[in-house]
Ligand binder design. Structure first.
Ligand SMILES: [Cu+2]
Length: 193
């Protein structure tokens, strides 16, 4: 298997808007499901994949399956990032062997429509606080996928932070099914401990 890992930190990249249609393909039909709609089987495997290094703790990582999706070239990784340190830390990039291109994205309303775009300066995780990466909000965008991602697969991801540290994690691939017509606007992605 050819190694096609390419690191593409979000920092310094031009902000690119992706139309809602592409979004729907990338993230499933919906933009967000309500919080009580857990991805299939999320509870059991998540804690085992949690890793800690530096001041940022990664929790509940998962990657959306592409099996059955119209466009199987894109997916996204989701997780929580908690900063227990005294300094802000910024997630500046990520890489994985399964995707040719990885970017940190956010979703927001642009001209009345949901769109996603690269977070050009990275995703700041403030000291003592956390960020949630979830469908409809922040996500680690996986593009140029090398193959289909099926539920049960595992994706090795490396996150790169502004303090120069890197964290590897293993994210299980899960199906994400949205409730039709039950969308809401994404939260702020912030949460307290
Ligand atoms: Cu995206």
């Amino acid at each position: 298997m050819t190694r096609t890992t390419r690191t593409t930190p979000a920092r310094g990249r031009a902000r690119r808007l992706v139309p809602a249609a592409a979004l729907a393909l990338a993230l499933g039909a919906g933009l967000a499901a309500c919080g009580d709609e857990e991805p299939t089987g999320s509870a059991d495997t998540a804690s085992a994949a949690t890793e800690q290094a530096g001041s940022v703790t990664i929790g509940d990582p998962w990657v959306r399956a592409t099996v059955g999706a119209e466009d199987t070239s894109m997916s996204a990784a989701f997780m929580t990032l908690d900063n227990d340190g005294d300094e802000d830390v910024t997630l500046v990039g990520a890489s994985t062997e399964v995707a040719g291109m990885v970017e940190i994205h956010e979703m927001s309303m642009v001209d009345g429509a949901m769109a996603m775009q690269a977070v050009s300066d990275g995703l700041v995780v403030e000291a003592g606080r956390g960020k949630v990466l979830e469908p409809g909000g922040y996500h680690v965008m996986l593009m140029d996928l090398q193959g289909e991602l099926a539920p049960g697969d595992e994706v090795e991801l490396t996150l790169e932070f502004s303090d120069g540290s890197e964290q590897g994690l293993t994210a299980p691939v899960k199906e994400f099914t949205e409730e039709e017509g039950h969308y809401h606007e994404p939260g702020t992605g912030e949460h307290d401990h």
